[in-house]
Design a protein around this ligand. Structure first.
Ligand code: CO
Length: 146
């Protein structure tokens, strides 16, 4: 496992759409393990693969109990309510801004073995999940400031 460089906001890759993952192999596991190390080292709440330069549809996020979850090929299947949260992004250091997000989201995704699961994210966890989902489509929180 290793800490990878985090791509900063002036890098055009952050505006690209990440691609569906079809190979649930050792390289994917290595990427996710490195993402975990990188996020912990940078003291972030979430990290998308594009932020370490890989255009794969995977992100990791802390839940409210401090557990890290992995989301591969995530899809929003339900979204409810609203909340405004003062967000930051590891790719945009030293800045923060208010963004409106869903209060609760239900996400369908796959784990690193390719098994599908459904998870409910609410409050802070929903903010992180929504922020990271946006990264997979080339969207930054600064596009959504309220
Ligand atoms: Co971010």
């Amino acid at each position: 496992m290793a800490i990878r460089n985090i791509v900063k906001h002036d890098d055009a890759i952050l505006r690209e759409k990440s691609r569906t993952i079809t190979m649930f192999d050792q390289n994917l596991s290595l990427l996710i393990d490195d993402m975990v190390d990188t996020m912990i080292h940078a003291e972030g709440a979430g990290l998308a693969a594009v932020q370490v330069g890989s255009l794969k549809r995977v992100f990791i996020a802390y839940d409210e109990d401090g557990q890290i979850h992995e989301f591969i090929n995530p899809l929003v299947i339900e979204s409810k309510g609203e909340q405004i949260f003062n967000e930051g992004c590891l790719s945009i250091p030293g800045q923060k801004g208010d963004v409106k997000r869903a209060k609760m989201m239900k996400i369908k995704a796959q784990d690193r073995q390719g098994n599908e699961f459904i998870i409910k994210a609410k409050d802070f966890f929903a903010v992180v999940v929504s922020h990271e989902l946006d990264h997979l489509d080339g969207i930054l929180y600064t596009d959504k400031l309220v």
